[in-house]
Write a protein that binds this ligand. Structure first.
Ligand SMILES: Cc1cc2nc3c(=O)[nH]c(=O)nc-3n(C[C@H](O)[C@H](O)[C@H](O)COP(=O)(O)OP(=O)(O)OC[C@H]3O[C@@H](n4cnc5c(N)ncnc54)[C@H](O)[C@@H]3O)c2cc1C
Length: 450
């Protein structure tokens, strides 16, 4: 397994708040050689939804194998910010229009909306309670000149996608419970909602178990080979020979599993800080009472949401996320923790004394195309992948897992999905320099946006 970060980025201990709220099922290790119709590598939202779709389409659940290197919930799906929203890309709409044309851009937007509905449907179908809140998401202008950008976005959302958004001027922010010296205006887009990501993941994993799908934990795929008309995936305890292979490893992918991935992905660290429960007085002192999931207008954005009290706690907690560093060693992590705390205090000065006992990190997945890829792996028979959701894969990962399941079943042809979603990731030039490109991009955006 060749990976792009140092081993600390793949630590078994995650230490997220979500782990204190629920525990996904633990899966046994694979300890034999066995066969299967489909072997799925990775048990996050993508892998689990793909497996469930296949089982629900009548494929023998015992012949659907999921191999997980750790345990369900260990990856990004168990440690993210819980924004179930429009996502899957970092390619601005203007560039989508130039590259793919208006019809495909609109088609893609509809698919992004459908991805939110896929999650809603899962919650309903499997009866998963995930502490939902937020009526869509709110974007906040961190500079006065960004308010004009929000206004233009509101017009574009209406004219291109027929979606009504609501612009909030600076004087009205406090009345909306969004009081912060950092912001100059906001745009509400009533699409999406927030959830507890680990409860969602746990519910999916339990549903997979309930359906009889064969999940194995502590079973990292170490090699993938073609063996006659089968894919042979080897783990330390045994191997699986399967007709279909699915790669659902996103930011935790290896460069050589399969070799096709080499140099094509850019995993990126994202960090989350979480407060202790706030008292009613503390919430009132800041004037931040809104439960909207929010992000600012920076390219390297901050994402945050005041989560209503849940799990028997005494008050709401604020979740605050931003980009991580370009290395995962202890010194960088400590520096990034100080930095996220400083930004948190600047955004919410009344909470300068509030402790933030939880801090954790995880890998999101970017690529050179700036759009996710769902479909067959070029040059590999009966091999499929869905990955690179660009930091927003709660909805997209779930939906694309379902799409892969339909493709493997034959109910959906790969070219039936929007063109933007079926662009195999291109290799980066000089892939060994990917983290250097990232560091340079961070410096550039931070200088521009300061
Ligand atoms: C800190 C953070 C905050 C985020 N916030 C949001 C958010 O608010 N909203 C949003 O939409 N998205 C968010 N994301 C992104 C989102 O979590 C991911 O896009 C999504 O979870 C990807 O799901 P997945 O199933 O494709 O991959 P993952 O959930 O990462 O699962 C991949 C799995 O593959 C396993 N694996 C890897 N290699 C192997 C191997 N060789 N053998 C076996 N198993 C292997 C890993 O152990 C892992 O469990 C965030 C991500 C992070 C890290």
């Amino acid at each position: 397994m060749r990976r792009i970060y140092e081993p600390a980025a793949y630590n078994v201990d995650v230490n997220s708040y979500w782990q204190t709220t629920t525990s996904p099922p633990r899966w046994p290790q694979l300890k034999e050689d066995r066969s299967a119709e489909t072997v799925i590598i990775g048990s996050g939202y993508t892998g689990l939804n793909c497996a469930l779709e296949l089982a629900e389409r009548g494929h023998d659940p015992q012949s659907i194998v999921i191999l997980e290197a750790n345990q369900p919930g260990w990856g990004a799906s168990g440690r993210n910010g819980g924004f179930c929203c429009i996502g899957g890309t970092k390619l601005p709409v203007e560039k989508q229009l130039v590259r793919f044309g208006e019809a495909e851009t609109v088609r893609y937007f509809k698919e992004q909306c459908a991805s939110i509905e896929s999650v809603r449907e899962n919650l309903k179908r499997y009866g998963i309670d995930v502490d939902t809140h937020s009526q869509g998401e709110t974007q906040l202008a961190h500079r006065e000149e960004d308010v004009a950008g929000l206004s233009a976005e509101k017009e574009q959302m209406k004219s291109l996608f027929n979606v009504d958004c609501e612009l909030i001027e600076k004087p009205a922010l406090s009345g909306e419970g969004l009081a912060s010296p950092e912001f100059h205006g906001a745009l509400n887009m009533r699409l999406g909602f927030a959830l507890n990501p680990m409860k969602y993941l746990a519910g999916l994993a339990q549903s997979a178990d309930g359906a009889g799908i064969a999940g194995y934990g502590d079973s990292p795929a170490m090699a993938i080979e073609r063996d006659g008309s089968y894919w042979k995936v080897s783990t330390p305890g045994g191997a699986v020979a399967a007709q279909n292979l699915v790669i659902a490893t996103n930011g935790y992918s290896s460069e050589d599993l399969p070799r096709w991935l080499s140099g094509r992905l850019l995993p990126v660290l994202s960090n989350i800080l979480l407060t202790r429960p706030l008292t009613a007085e503390e919430v009132a002192a800041q004037g931040w009472t809104s439960n909207q999931m929010c992000h600012d207008t920076r390219n390297l954005l901050h994402y945050f949401r005041l989560m209503p009290a849940a799990n028997g706690e005494s008050g709401p907690r604020m979740l605050f996320g931003m980009r991580g560093g370009t290395t995962a060693n202890e010194a960088t992590m400590a520096a990034m923790r100080q930095r996220i705390r400083a930004d948190f205090e600047r955004f919410f000065p009344a909470w300068r004394q509030v402790e933030t006992p939880f801090f954790w990190a995880g890998l999101v997945c970017l690529n050179r195309n700036l759009v996710s890829h769902t479909g067959p792996i070029p040059g590999m028979t009966n091999a499929w992948a869905s990955l690179a959701y660009h930091g927003s894969g709660v909805a997209m990962g779930s939906h694309c897992g379902r799409l892969l399941g339909k493709m493997i079943d034959g109910a959906l042809t790969p070219d039936a999905i929007p063109a933007i979603m079926r662009q195999p990731p291109r290799r980066f030039p000089f892939p060994a320099l990917r983290r250097s490109y990232l560091a340079a991009a961070y410096r550039w955006h931070e200088w521009r946006e300061h």
